[in-house]
Design a protein around this ligand. Structure first.
Ligand SMILES: C[S@@+](CC[C@H](N)C(=O)[O-])C[C@H]1O[C@@H](n2cnc3c(N)ncnc32)[C@H](O)[C@@H]1O
Length: 248
C-alpha cells in the first residue's frame, strides 16, 4: 500500500512514521510512505497557505489553490487509483472497521488541515472526510498519523503473529479480554488460574466471557451491534447489573 500525506508540517512525521509497527511496515515494504510540504504548491514568496475568512470571524482559512494543486500533483505520482481523505472534525468518525476498509486499498492520500480548516470548495477533492473523534486538535497531522498507524498494523506480514490483529478490541464488535504476563503473582495479585491451566478451549471460553464483560462495563453502547448468543447476552446483562450495583 502507498500512503501520501500533504501537510505544512512534514517534519512532524519523521519519528512516528519510522518507529515501531509503522517503521516495520515500511521496512517490510508492506507500506510505502511519502510526505509532501503543501508550501511547495504556493505561488508567493512567503509560501502562504492561509487567508482570512469571507464573512469575518476569528482565525484564518486554508487557501484552496495550493490544496487543489497539491492533491492533483500527488495523485499523479503513482499509477494506482488514489483514495483521498481530508482530516477534519466535520467528518465521519474513524473506527476500526474504517481502518480495515482502508487497509485493503492500494493508495491513500491524506490531507492535513491547519488554522480554522479547509475552504469548503476543497472538499470536492475528498473521497472521504475523516474525524478522529469529537474534539478539536490544532492540525490534521496527528489524525493522519493515527490513521496510518491503525492501517499499518493490519497489513499482511506486519504484526509478528497473524492472529494479533484479529483478536484485538473492536475487531469482533467487543473490547479485548484482560491480558497478563509474568510474574504469576504480582505483589499479592495473582493471574487467574485458568490462564495457567494449559486448557486452550477453556481459556478461549474464559477470554470470550471476559471480553463481553469488559465491553458491558466500559462500552455498553457496543453491545447492541455485537453478535452474541442468548447465553452471552445473559452474561452481558449480568455484567451490566453488577456494574450498576457497584455504582449504587
Ligand atoms: C483547529 S482545526 C479546525 C477546526 C474547525 N474550525 C472546526 O471547528 O471544525 C485545524 C485542522 O485540524 C484538523 N483536525 C482538528 N481536529 C480534528 C479531528 N477531530 N479529526 C480530524 N482532524 C482534525 C483538521 O485538519 C482541521 O482542518
Amino acid at each position: 500500500m502507498r500512503v501520501d500525506v500533504i501537510t505544512i508540517f512534514p517534519e512532524m512525521f519523521d519519528a512516528p512514521m519510522s518507529t515501531s509497527i509503522v517503521g516495520i511496515a515500511r521496512q517490510r515494504e508492506a507500506l510505502e510512505f511519502h510526505v509532501h510540504d503543501l508550501r511547495d504548491w504556493t505561488d508567493d514568496p512567503h509560501r502562504t497557505t492561509d487567508d482570512s475568512p469571507y464573512g469575518g470571524g476569528p482565525g484564518m482559512v486554508m487557501k484552496p489553490e495550493p490544496v487543489f494543486r497539491a492533491v492533483h500533483d500527488v495523485a499523479a505520482l503513482s499509477p494506482q487509483d488514489d483514495y483521498t481523505i481530508f482530516l477534519t472534525p466535520v467528518g465521519q468518525t474513524f473506527t476500526q472497521s474504517i481502518a480495515e476498509d482502508l487497509a485493503q486499498r492500494e493508495r491513500i492520500v491524506l490531507v492535513c488541515g491547519r488554522y480554522e480548516g479547509f475552504d469548503e470548495r476543497t472538499y470536492e477533492l475528498a473521497d472521504l472526510r475523516l474525524s478522529v473523534g469529537d474534539y478539536v486538535l490544532s492540525g490534521g497531522e496527528l489524525p493522519a498519523m493515527l490513521v496510518v498507524d491503525a492501517m499499518a498494523r493490519l497489513l499482511p506480514g506486519v504484526l509478528g503473529h497473524d492472529a494479533s490483529a484479529a483478536e484485538e478490541s473492536f475487531t469482533m464488535g467487543l473490547l479485548e479480554y484482560p491480558q497478563y504476563t509474568r510474574p504469576a503473582d504480582f505483589q499479592g495479585r495473582p493471574v487467574p488460574d485458568i490462564l495457567r491451566s494449559g486448557d486452550h478451549a477453556r481459556i478461549a471460553a474464559w477470554r470470550r466471557e471476559q471480553a463481553i464483560r469488559n465491553t458491558a462495563r466500559h462500552r455498553p453502547d457496543m453491545l447492541a451491534e455485537s453478535s452474541l448468543t442468548e447465553d452471552e447476552r445473559v452474561i452481558a446483562e449480568d455484567a451490566l447489573r453488577e456494574d450498576a450495583q457497584r455504582d449504587d
